[in-house]
Design a protein around this ligand. Structure first.
Ligand code: SF4
Length: 345
């Protein structure tokens, strides 16, 4: 059963400095101080009322949890303990920096019900990390991930293609290095130029050029495919749209799109459709079968894929939602020809 997540944004709490690309206030739309026990209990209670009986997970995002002063960590986790004992909270998730993790601290967190640690890795290239003002090295990432796994906790890894000095090849190399650390899941956030950041200044002076939307979609498609081939789920691609992020002036440049993941999955579908229709006579009418939730990905946003296929000489007569298709499978039928393929092979 999928848990209901109760998110608490503790923007920049514990961060030793502001990384060049980061402005959590603009991203999450909250200054995110340390909520007190009453606020924690009230929000958990409100989410439980609409959780439909699903387990409830509390998640602390947007800061460096393990670098927050110990008293404040206790203040955040302490009030959740009675809720855990009564089964009202099933697990707790935190996100943090790789250089703020040690085994003793992880053992304490585990005892307090923290089951998942998400590490902001961003890149495994030391030059990219340095230019991004991260203040840690790739070697520290390796150690941190190992410690989380040794502690028996779920490891989440966040990557940011398109940071200063990054290239698609470096992003792919970072992904492969991260996959070798056995993360349980990934989040991929293509770098955006957010207002009131150092990156915004570098962008204005021309010292930083962000990925284009099309470039980021293609890059994230290859990253997603590689992660899924390795069996690691990617639970998010692209920043979650918020009212604050959608405000004029929050995203100054970069590959922001409110349905970024759909663009990525749409391009994966287009690639597979092209493969499956290769060699068919121009103008042949084809029917595409896919899992019901995939229909819009196959069509592409604003029917982009159907138009692209038409330009290739492939006339898609219909897309059929076929419950017999797995989520990653497409089947193409054209006359007596029937071909099927998998998005991730
Ligand atoms: S990227 Fe993480 S460590 Fe850096 S400022 Fe943002 S929240 Fe803090």
């Amino acid at each position: 059963m999928r848990p209901t997540t109760v998110p608490f944004f503790i923007s920049h709490q514990g961060c030793p400095h502001q990384c060049v690309f980061c402005n959590q206030v603009r991203i999450a739309g909250t200054v995110g101080g340390i909520p007190d026990g009453e606020a924690l209990r009230a929000k958990v209670g409100a989410y439980r009322e609409t959780s439909g009986g699903n387990p409830v997970e509390v998640a602390f995002f947007g800061g460096s949890f393990t670098a927050i002063p110990s008293d404040d960590q206790e203040r955040l986790l302490g009030p959740l303990q009675p809720l855990r004992e009564r089964g009202e909270v099933s697990r707790i998730r935190i996100s943090t920096r790789p250089d703020a993790i040690d085994s003793e601290h992880l053992a304490w967190l585990r005892g307090m019900g923290v089951a998942t640690v998400e590490i902001g890795i961003q890149s495994m290239d030391d030059a990219v990390l340095d230019r991004s003002g991260r203040g840690h090295t790739a070697a520290q990432v390796v150690t941190a991930c190992r410690l989380v796994k040794e502690a028996g906790m779920t490891l989440g890894a966040q990557l940011m293609p398109g940071l200063p000095g990054d290239t698609p090849a470096l992003s792919m190399a970072s992904l492969h290095e991260v996959l070798s650390l056995y993360p349980d899941f990934l989040r991929i956030y293509p770098t955006l130029v957010i207002a009131e950041t150092r990156l915004a200044e570098l962008y204005r002076t021309g010292e930083y050029v962000p990925l284009s939307l099309a470039g980021a979609v293609t890059l994230c498609k290859t990253l997603l495919r590689a992660a899924l081939v390795a069996g690691v789920p990617v639970i998010r691609i692209g920043l979650q749209p918020t009212a604050e992020l959608d405000c004029d002036g929050s995203v100054l440049a970069g590959p922001y799109h409110p349905a970024f993941r759909q663009l990525v999955e749409g391009e994966l579908c287009l690639d597979l459709c092209r493969k499956l229709t290769t060699g068919l006579p121009r103008g042949t009418g084809v029917t595409i079968f896919c899992a019901p939730p995939r229909v819009s990905d196959v069509a592409g946003q604003r029917r982009h894929n159907l138009e692209a296929l038409r330009r290739d000489g492939v006339h898609v007569t219909s897309i059929i939602a076929d419950p017999e298709c797995s989520h990653h499978e497409l089947r193409v039928e054209a006359g007596s020809v029937s071909r099927r393929g998998n998005l991730f092979t």
